[in-house]
Each structure stands twice: as C-alpha cells, then as structure tokens.
Design a protein around this ligand. Structure first.
Ligand SMILES: [Zn+2]
Length: 194
C-alpha cells in the first residue's frame, strides 16, 4: 500500500472503518481509530485530550473525536490544503444509520468531486445499505491503482455504475479485463481476484 496524497489514506481508512463497524456492530472509538491509523502505516506524533495527530512521509491526519461526530482531517504533509479531505463518521437519526463519508475540506480549490458513495450502515441490522467502492492504493509499472476486492467489484457492477471513477467521480472509466483507467484523475482501478 502506498500513500502519496490525502485520498490515498482516506479511502483505505474509510474501508477499514466500514469493516470494523460491520464486524464489531458498533462505531469505533478513538482508541480503535488510532489502531486503524497505525495499521495503515501512520505514526502517532502527538496526543492530547482525545485529539491525536498522525503522520507518514506524505500525509498528516488529525483525529478529532466529539460526542456526535468523529472526524479525521487528512492533509498533505507539505501543509498544502488544496487536496485536503475530511473523513466524517456519525449516526444519522433520519436514516437510523451510521455514515462514513469523505468530503473535500476545501470545496473551492478541490479539483473535481470525490466519486464515492458514502458508507451507510443500518444501525439495527448492521447491514451495508450503500455501495461504496473503497480500497487501497498500489503502484505498478509507474501507474497508481486503487485496488479493490472482488466482492466490492461485484457490488459495484450490480449498481450499474462501472464507468464512474470511484476516486474522482468522472464518468468515463475504460475497462480492460480487470483493470480500469481514468483519464480525469489518472488513477487506475484494479480488481484483485481471490
Ligand atoms: Zn478518476
């Protein structure tokens, strides 16, 4: 797994949080989130009153738990906020569901949209109610791919939106067997068959 920019942390982070909620049937607390961030290769550099700062070579992540929301702000370690993202996790009363969403921290400067469907998990049955296309990033022959599982691919295929890039939301993914390329954001998508 590689993390060169905020989206490359936000997507695998959202996926791990989704898996944890589905498995543990509860929303992760600050401590679980710290473990998840460390498992993604980040180092905890500062901790105080529930707030925690993590870093890897290229990104910083600020974990801010509060009573209603847990947010993880992810930004480039250069301090540039143009591609910064905020991962939000909360309980939605109307939907009676837990939501994990990734939104651009800076709407004005962010280039394009994030083509992700938020994670929506029923708060009673703990079933996944949406089709988030999440995975982690890897580099191969100079190209960077979002690597997704076969299970994620199958659900995505069923949704009929296989031509929409899960990273930037552009309409025009070109598939060649198990690999797709997006000419808008430059990321590829690769399905790992298990
Ligand atoms: Zn794209």
């Amino acid at each position: 797994m590689i993390i060169y920019e905020p989206i490359m942390l936000a997507m695998p982070l959202a996926e791990k949080i989704k898996d944890q909620i589905l498995q543990e049937k509860e929303i992760p607390d600050g401590e679980s989130l710290r473990k998840i961030l460390v498992s993604l290769g980040l180092e905890e550099v500062c901790l105080g009153r529930g707030l925690a700062l993590f870093r890897s070579k290229y990104v910083l992540a600020l974990l801010i738990p509060s009573a209603k929301y847990i947010t993880v702000d992810v930004f480039s370690s250069s301090g540039d906020l143009s591609d910064a993202l905020q991962l939000m996790m909360y309980y939605d009363k109307t939907l009676n569901a837990y939501i994990v969403d990734i939104i651009p921290a800076n709407d004005l400067e962010f280039e394009g949209n994030i083509g992700l469907e938020p994670v929506i998990i029923d708060a009673e049955t703990f079933e996944l109610k949406s089709i988030p296309v999440l995975g982690y990033f890897e580099k191969e022959n100079g190209d960077i791919f979002l690597v997704i599982s076969e299970k994620t691919y199958d659900a995505w295929k069923e949704s009929g939106k296989l031509e929409v890039c899960p990273v930037c939301g552009a309409d025009g993914l070109v598939w060649q067997k198990d690999v797709a390329y997006c000419s808008s954001c430059g990321f590829g998508v690769k399905v790992v068959k298990k």
